[in-house]
Design a protein around this ligand. Structure first.
Ligand code: PMP
Length: 351
């Protein structure tokens, strides 16, 4: 740390992203990327837009939001586009939470929530998941705190029913409830239709997973117009051109090719079912996942050892050191070929 770093950030523990190794080719199953390439239309749109990079991007993302409105069945003014969904989460925390309006989220969930809370000096409560890693919705009913829930949750993959989400939103009318739907396209039901009924609900989403665009950084928030306006105040006070030209063009093209991406999601769900069966037959305990990853452990090998041994053999999965989950690993669902390699390598390692 330099002697210039301000006191307010000196104790900040930053988020640790998953490994993005540049040294060798791994079967990369550690950061929940899509194994499928972007559609042809997306590559062409990026190519074309690259010839206009001398010009700033549209800070309002008008064309992209029009397309979003069409695909998601919401109003143009109910959408805000961001640089990955991490950015919309940060904007929402900045806009709606502070010492007087603290946050609550699960003890086992997306690791960026406590980091954004600390960054913005927002007090937060971590609500323990039940022993089976499910959320007890009673812990969130009428708690008078802002709430953020990843649905499906990460790294467990477990998904709440939409009726449970609605109970939480309805019972906290004076607080904002953020539903982080980064993984919703892999089998869960989206809360987006509820935004017209509840003025305190924000649904966030991303093009990083189901739409094969992790490297382009495109996320969004969908909510009541007034909530969007408040988050825009934060956006225009930090980074008005937060979505670059190429990403914006890629986003429009991806939505035009929506069927391609939704087909990929179906393939990933099928591959997930195959992978779960295989893992179970090898003695793994696998949580029920509605995401593009599974969370699994095996009594016969520690979580850390499995992660290390697979890495030595060219297969990268995600291991977390937090005590409650350190025996588990999170494994992204890749192509059927990649998952076959995973299973074969696990067999080799366990023998
Ligand atoms: N929410 C959850 C639950 C995630 O796992 C991730 C991916 N790390 C994100 C949000 C953010 O993804 P992105 O910024 O790529 O949209």
């Amino acid at each position: 740390m330099s002697r210039f770093f301000t006191e307010k950030y000196s104790s900040l523990i930053p988020y640790t992203p998953g490994e993005q190794p540049q040294d060798m080719q791994y079967v990369k199953l550690n950061t929940n990327e899509s194994p499928y390439l972007p559609s042809q239309g997306v590559s062409e749109a990026v190519e074309k837009e690259s010839r206009r990079l001398q010009l700033y991007s549209d800070p309002e993302c008008v064309l992209l939001r029009k397309k979003m409105a069409e695909v998601f069945g919401v109003d143009f003014n109910q959408i805000l586009m961001t640089n990955g969904s991490d950015e919309i989460l940060n904007f929402a925390f900045m806009a709606f939470a502070d010492e007087k309006r603290p946050l609550a989220f699960a003890d086992i969930t997306y690791g960026f929530y406590p980091v954004f809370a600390q960054l913005n000096h927002i007090p937060y409560t971590e609500i323990p998941l039940k022993d089976d890693f499910t959320i007890d919705i009673n812990d969130y009913i009428g708690i008078n705190k802002n709430i953020v829930i990843a649905n499906p949750n990460a790294p467990t993959g477990i998904c709440l029913e939409i009726s449970d989400i609605e109970k939480i939103v309805e019972s906290n009318p004076d607080n904002v409830v953020i539903i982080d739907e980064a993984y919703i396209d892999f089998g869960g039901e989206s809360a987006i239709p509820l935004i017209n009924k509840y003025d305190n609900l924000i649904v966030t989403g991303t093009f990083s997973k189901s739409r094969s665009m992790a490297g382009a950084r495109l996320g969004f928030g969908i909510a009541n117009e007034k909530l969007i306006a408040d988050m825009n105040t934060v956006k225009y006070s930090t980074n008005p051109y937060n979505v670059n030209r190429m990403t914006s063009a890629a986003g429009i093209a991806a939505l035009e090719d929506n069927d391609y991406y939704m087909d990929n999601c179906k393939k990933i769900q099928q591959t997930r079912e195959w992978t779960v069966e295989q893992l179970k037959s090898l003695g793994f305990e696998v949580l029920e996942s509605k995401a593009n990853f599974v969370f699994a452990k095996n009594e016969r090998i520690s979580g850390e050892k499995l992660y290390t041994e697979l890495k030595k053999n060219g297969v990268l999965i995600r291991h977390f050191t937090k005590e409650k989950i350190c025996e588990y690993n999170r494994i992204t669902i890749g192509t059927p070929e990649q998952m076959k390699i995973l299973i074969d390598t696990i067999k080799k390692v366990m023998n």
